[in-house]
Design a protein around this ligand. Structure first.
Ligand SMILES: Cc1cc2nc3c(=O)[nH]c(=O)nc-3n(C[C@H](O)[C@H](O)[C@H](O)COP(=O)(O)OP(=O)(O)OC[C@H]3O[C@@H](n4cnc5c(N)ncnc54)[C@H](O)[C@@H]3O)c2cc1C
Length: 432
């Protein structure tokens, strides 16, 4: 068997490489970092978490939690490492991004994956190869892919939230606590009075943004919407989203009109990110407007928010069910470029391609995840979606079959989760 080349040592590329090495394949993992970095990547290490440090919820009654259950059963290594690198974030699995990446690098080395620093421009190169170059694939390669796939809808826009130095937060105003009991000690919260919120809101919606070209407008991804875009939908919209004021009554002596939450970003707790505050405002405007947030009057920004063009392929038309490219021999795609959205979803596709590749070359009988599970639903969506507007997808209960009318929403989710777990457990029992 020839050596497998994996292009892109991001989340998908690292998971695929580790699993392939564990399954007995020789792997070369290419990345252009550290000599060349995308606008969002900063670390010199592999598997970089570029924005929020949260990998989402863990309870199986959430789409993200149920998805993690399945990934654990599949022996997902990056998820194991995430738990070893976790920081406090209530019910969410949040990580120290540098420690996470260091641990991934260690495991790659332990498994004998050969890390090679090189930018790959050509598409396709001779297989076996997995392209996992992510939503910010470097320009030359992205252009070659676009040409190959003759894909007009090859991008959408995503934004990063700012990160703040903890010592610059005024803790006489901000307070530690959480919306839910389990989050109690995990977040720093900045409470607004109605008057403070109105001043902040007006400045936010009138603040200067980095300019988007006409063809770039209106391509935001719904679950990573810039805060100014959310606010432009109406003064109350942020209050039902990232600035929801509920659950804080016990902490302060007034009922806040709005609350911004800050989540720990590193293990030592020196940096905090602004939860749900992805933004495209100019840097000077971020400093001016976000300093109107109570407690952040003198905030020092460790990193400003940014916005980026994310690319993805029209996978239902271009990929086979094992994520190999139609018409090419042993050329695969993995990661966000396939049209999944999210860290864990990207990791999963790397794992999926590794297993599919291994079954093709006789390591297993077959690797066919039941479609009525979250991961099975994602694969079906990516490779079989038949509508006109293929959009990136994250793990959610909408991917599961509807059990019919059940009024109690919690009960409905529990029934759906139980069924999905049963199917997945059976699949795993017969697979290994
Ligand atoms: C700005 C931004 C913010 C995001 N925020 C979140 C978030 O908060 N939560 C969330 O769940 N998801 C978020 N995502 C989405 C997604 O989960 C991440 O982008 C995720 O890292 C994608 O994983 P990946 O493996 O596909 O790509 P990546 O992790 O980006 O890895 C791709 C790797 O390929 C390398 N590379 C690129 N081009 C080449 C080339 N030509 N040759 C060699 N190497 C190359 C890069 O250096 C990189 O290391 C965000 C995405 C972006 C762009």
């Amino acid at each position: 068997m020839k050596t497998i080349k994996v292009i892109g040592a991001g989340l998908a590329g690292c998971e695929a490489s580790i699993k392939l090495a564990e399954l007995g394949f020789e792997v070369e993992l290419y990345d252009m970092k550290p000599s060349k970095k995308s606008p969002a990547h900063e670390l010199t290490l592999p598997a970089e978490i570029v924005c929020s440090n949260s990998l989402g919820a863990e309870e199986v009654t959430t789409g993200s939690g149920l998805f993690k259950y399945e990934l654990d059963k599949l022996g997902c290594r990056l998820l194991e490492i995430a738990r070893k690198s976790r920081v406090k974030a209530g019910r969410a699995l949040a990580v120290d991004r540098a420690i996470f990446s260091e641990n991934v690098k260690k495991l790659l080395e332990e498994k004998g994956v050969k890390l090679i620093e090189k930018e790959i421009i050509e598409f396709p190169i001779e297989g076996p190869v997995i392209y996992a170059t992510g939503p910010l694939t470097s320009e030359g390669l992205a252009e070659n892919m676009r040409e190959f796939f003759s894909n007009e809808k090859f991008y959408f826009y995503d934004a990063i939230a700012p990160v703040i130095d903890k010592d610059s937060i005024d803790m006489n105003i901000a307070f530690i606590g959480g919306r839910y009991q389990e989050d109690a000690g995990d977040y720093i919260n900045c409470p607004f009075t109605e008057e403070q919120y109105n001043v902040f809101y007006n400045e936010l919606i009138n603040a200067e943004q980095h300019e988007l070209k006409d063809f770039e407008k209106g391509h935001f991804f719904e679950s990573c919407m810039p805060i100014e875009e959310i606010a432009s939908r109406g003064p109350k919209t942020p209050l039902f989203g990232p600035m929801r004021p509920v659950g804080f009554e016990h902490y302060i002596d007034f009922i806040p009109y709005a609350v911004l939450q800050l989540r720990q970003d590193d293990m030592i707790g020196s940096c905090y990110n602004m939860v749900g505050f992805q933004t495209n405002l100019k840097y000077s405007e971020q400093k001016r407007v976000f300093s109107l947030i109570p407690g952040l009057e003198n905030a020092k920004f460790v990193r400003y928010g940014q916005m980026h063009k994310n690319i993805y392929v029209n996978s239902p038309e271009k990929l086979n069910s094992d994520f190999s490219v139609k018409g090419l021999e042993d050329v695969y795609l993995a990661g966000q470029i396939t049209g999944v959205e999210g860290y864990v979803e990207s990791i999963f596709t790397g794992l999926y391609v590794a297993y599919k590749f291994a079954s093709k070359y006789g390591k297993f009988k077959d690797f066919k995840i039941p479609i009525d599970t979250i991961s099975g639903g994602i694969i079906r969506y990516i490779t079989e979606y038949s509508g006109k507007n293929f959009q990136p997808m994250n793990a959610n209960f909408g991917l599961l079959p509807n059990p019919g009318k059940i009024r109690d929403k919690k009960l409905k989710k529990k029934i759906m989760a139980d069924k999905s777990i049963e199917l997945f457990d059976n699949f795993i029992k017969n697979f290994y």
